[in-house]
Design a protein around this ligand. Structure first.
Ligand code: BF8
Length: 626
């Protein structure tokens, strides 16, 4: 079918074209329509110069040299306002990741106490490794006893008032020394977030550099603390991902089965929904109602979690959440926290789809709230799935339009899985980097954003990098974009440069490795730290670069900040709200280099962005004498 230019410009994904046309036909709005209705977006907001931190305002600084106010009522300049706003974004992003980590620590605690409601400790090896890292004795103790101490230890990290958080010591010594010298070696993430809120209150910290440094400190507490805890404890509870085959894109929805979408972020819920969907009683009920089975599929990062661990198909990334509902084939969309559009309430009301919220932290208009508690996890999950199955009878087959597209992918590349693929040590990877067969590594991550063509930046940046022999590791919505175009198949090695192609073919791996959800960017930090330590250098010395081509969330701001603070040059594809301050913009794009050995760059064109990353990688290779 031919689609209008307007539709084609919104995405490179054919399922998006088809479903946007369907939305038009049904008179339904999506994020793209709401984005257009919002134009022109607020110029003060775009520049970051609007301040609502007290009630003398709202104040906004005029960007015009000869007109309009240059100071807020309290006297704050554009530099102060932009820095304050930016680090409040970091605080929110770090809070989201870290609260997710805290919930996982809570689930581990309940499981260890025997109140786990169906959870168990699946990766004893990782439990032992983490116990050793925390100096928890393991000799002659049950896994539950060890887990109890580990849960207590990681719980304590969040509110740690003094002293370093444990996982931050996975970073190379040089990096830790640098953090200490700059005064940004983090304490517990709760403390760092509270300090951001304190410092950005009217009349406290009014030095843009000092403000930004606190933002970096909180972000490090996120990346090397809250997020890393989320990843590690998820692995202990649900198993560390291993290479697994699956399918990606809206075509994973099935016309003749009960379709259940898990959407959000924390694997505690999605793991149990997957387990309940295999319950014999519910499968029998589905059959009785004429469905051939119960098909659980994922969206966004909770989708990535169950994709990585169980091969559960992934229906799409952030901007596809409404489109999945518009297929008319979804019995229930079950959500927990983060990246869930409140628009789903109205939209699901136009279909038979049940929109079920489960977290006491995240309620939505138009949703049915069935609160999820870990101590009754399986029972609650079973009731939710039962409701979805019973809803199958209300599906209107005449209203169902499911795109055909679904693409195979090989996922599950945790750090441990990468090491296993390399034969148990990093040495073969280092050899390939030294020989130049692999030029370097790139972490490409982040969201979708209707400001830019959906998936265009993600896919083209990654393709350009692998074509130039840069091995790509990915998480979040970038990973889903790559999976949908077949970049996560070993056969995609054919699209890589000659060096990378041979390496991938000999190891049987794709040139683009799916490392998980956004909290799993901590896995990328761990790999970089291990490579740097093996080479006896800092992370900032490595031929490594990062990118977030279509980012939009505050979590992405925290991620970008901890990645740069860890020494990795990072290219953003959408412009952060900082351009209202020349001082802050220069600090982030230039000044940070001297202080922390890495900077941000902004480049919306993915081909140019790839060139920036490749030339950075080449510079680092030259400096290492490679
Ligand atoms: O944490 S990449 S849109 S889904 S914020 Fe959200 Fe962005 Fe997707 Fe996962 Ni990450």
């Amino acid at each position: 079918m031919a689609y209008s230019d307007k539709i084609l410009k919104k995405s490179i994904d054919p399922t998006v074209h088809q479903m946007l046309a369907r939305a038009q036909e049904l008179g339904l709005e999506t994020a793209w329509d709401r984005y257009e209705a919002m134009l022109p977006e607020c110029g003060f907001g775009e520049l970051g110069v609007c301040c609502r931190n007290c009630n003398m305002g709202p104040c906004r600084i005029s960007p015009f040299e000869d007109a309009g106010p240059k100071r807020g009522v309290c006297g704050a300049t554009a530099d102060i306002i932009v820095a304050r706003n930016l680090i409040r974004m970091i605080a929110a992003g770090a809070a989201a990741h870290s609260d997710h980590g805290r919930d996982l620590a809570h689930t581990l605690l309940m499981t260890a106490e025997g109140k786990g409601g169906g959870y168990e400790i699946r990766d004893e090896q990782k439990l032992q490794t983490l116990a050793a890292e925390y100096n928890i004795s393991t000799e002659g103790r049950s896994k539950e006893e060890i887990a109890l101490d580990l849960a207590g230890a990681v719980y304590a990290e969040f509110g740690k008032q003094e002293g370093p958080i444990r996982f931050s010591r996975r970073a190379p010594r040089k990096r830790v020394d640098l953090w200490q010298k700059l005064g940004i070696d983090p304490r517990g993430v709760d403390r760092e977030i509270v300090e951001i809120m304190h410092r950005t209150h009217i009349g406290v910290d009014n030095d843009p550099v000092n403000l930004i440094l606190q933002g970096l400190r909180a972000s490090i507490a996120d990346g090397w603390g809250g997020s890393m805890i989320a990843t590690e404890i998820s692995d202990v509870l649900f198993g560390t991902p291993k290479p697994t085959r699956s399918l990606a894109n809206l075509g994973v929805l099935k016309a003749d089965e009960v379709n259940i979408i898990v959407h959000g972020h924390e694997p505690t819920l999605s793991e149990m929904i997957v387990a309940a969907s295999r319950d014999a009683e519910l499968l029998a009920l589905a059959a009785k109602l004429g469905a051939k089975g119960i098909n659980v599929v994922g969206l966004c990062c909770t989708g990535n979690e169950v994709l990585m661990r169980h091969g559960i198909p992934i229906a799409g990334n952030f901007l596809q959440q409404e489109l999945a509902v518009i297929t008319g084939a979804v019995e229930a969309i079950i959500v927990d926290v983060q990246c869930i559009m409140p628009a789903l309430g109205n939209l699901t009301g136009c279909f038979h789809t049940k929109f079920i919220s489960t977290s006491p932290k995240a309620k939505f208009p138009g949703a049915i709230h069935i609160e999820f508690h870990e101590d009754q996890a399986y029972d609650i999950a079973k009731e939710i799935v039962r409701g979805a199955v019973e809803n199958y009878r209300w599906r209107k087959p005449g209203q169902v339009v499911i795109p055909d597209e679904k693409v195979e992918c090989l996922v599950g590349f945790s750090t441990e899985a990468i090491l296993a693929a390399l034969g148990g040590s990093l040495e073969p990877l280092l050899e390939q980097i030294k020989s130049g067969a692999i030029k370097g590594l790139a972490g490409v991550v982040g969201c979708n954003n209707p400001k830019v063509q959906h998936d265009f930046g993600h896919v083209n940046l990654v393709k350009e990098l692998i074509r130039n022999n840069v091995l790509v590791v990915t998480t979040g919505c970038n990973a889903i974009a790559c999976a949908k175009v077949g970049l996560m198949l070993p056969e995609a090695a054919a699209q890589a440069g000659d060096g990378l192609k041979v390496v991938c073919q000999s190891l049987g791996i794709p040139p683009v490795l799916h490392m998980g959800s956004c909290v799993d960017i901590s896995r990328i930090l761990t790999v970089c730290a291990a490579v740097a330590s093996a080479l006896g250098v800092d992370i900032s010395d490595l031929p490594v670069a990062g990118a977030a081509p279509e980012w939009m969330s505050e979590k992405a701001v925290s991620i970008g900040s901890y990645v740069v603070s860890s020494g990795i040059f990072t290219v953003l594809g959408t412009v952060p709200p900082v351009l209202g301050s020349t001082a802050v913009t220069e600090l982030l794009t230039t000044g940070a280099k001297e202080a922390i050995g890495a900077t941000f760059a902004v480049e919306p064109d993915p081909f140019q962005a790839a060139q920036l990353m490749i030339s950075h990688i080449e510079d680092k290779r030259a400096a290492l004498g490679l």
